[in-house]
Design a protein around this ligand. Sequence first.
Ligand SMILES: [Zn+2]
Length: 427
Amino acid sequence: MDSVKILRLGAAMGLLLCSCAGQVPADPGDIATRARRIHHNVLTLDTHVDIPVDFASDSVDPGLRGRYRVDLPKMEQGGLDAVFWIVYVRQTRERDAAANAAHTAAMVKFDAIHRVTEELYPEQIELAYTADDVARIHAAGKKVAAIGIENGFVIGRDLTLIDRYHALGARYITLAHGGHNDICDSATPRAWDDSTAEHGGVSPFGAQVIAAMNRVGIMVDVSHISRQSMLDAVRLSQAPVIASHSSVRALADHPRNLDDEQMLALRDNGGVMQTVAFGLYVKVDPPEKGAALQALRTTFGLGPERKLEDLAPPERAEHDTRLATIHNAWPPPNVQDFVDHIDYAVHLIGIDHVGISSDFDGGGGIDGWYDASQTLNVTTELVRRGYTEPQIRKLWGGNLLRVWHETERVAALLQAQTMTETMTQTP
Ligand SMILES: [Zn+2]
């Protein structure tokens, strides 16, 4: 389909928002009751939750209600059953020299996640190594942790690290983050990148990385990578891909979101996009709001040299009052805005290819789904729009688990093939 047709189709889909299949319960009390029941019945899985570097230490104890948006008490309160905790490493300008540092940084987070599930709270949460583990752990009444690596930069040029990270529990790798790396181009190049595209998509080394991920059984995550990289990854991967935290570009024109053509390619590949509740990707602020926020910063002399915390109490109070006025005039994104993205995606690519993610503690969180304790609000909005329990089950993790299973199946096939080849080559 050409891009004009795709745009027209996208526009037509936009008209269909809020008209999902299923009976729309009209009574708010009825909606709340149904939502609570469905939320309890389905397994709720969030594919993107960041953790700080001091996670699982005295300063950040995930077993206590703390300042971060996800911890065990908030998961319990919000009925959030499973999270992918993220081993994130920052991209740097230097690559070869930074490879060891990136690996060391990744290991700190792997260790922290294992500490939570094996030493600190093994009675409450367990690490899933397989898609079946997720259901088993949930059925045993525990919370489920899984691990995603955010940024293929962690492997440097060493393909053997992919097996190593897999053994530690990594089940998806986001190929790049902000800034290009040796695997592919990023959707958001950094100041040090010489151009908007270094490889023109996935590099030859990146193709080897994807093949190695397919072979070991790690899902290929296309969030954060450039449009062409994403289309290349879909073509190269023998298993369906995921977009672990990306929303709809037709509704919020940000390069981190997926356009209609990308979404259709992901559907045809059997993959799933985990719509993300990250404010900037849910609703792009109008220029007037940006100008008002900038004027406010100028008025109070805020910048790199002077931060909000530096304002004296009366000044801070005045600042906050004016900020609230700006937010009242242009409300920040809320759960309804977020579910508009889910609706759009479901209408364009079908209920089997859409999921949910927060990006909590990595910048995510919107009005109404500010932290894990408010997770029920998402289900309530889905019920209000007429989504049925089987549909909500797919959105809240069923689709993601299908892709995870399929990734395992492809890996088993590829490993069996390699074994056969090795045996026939042996004299
Ligand atoms: Zn991210």
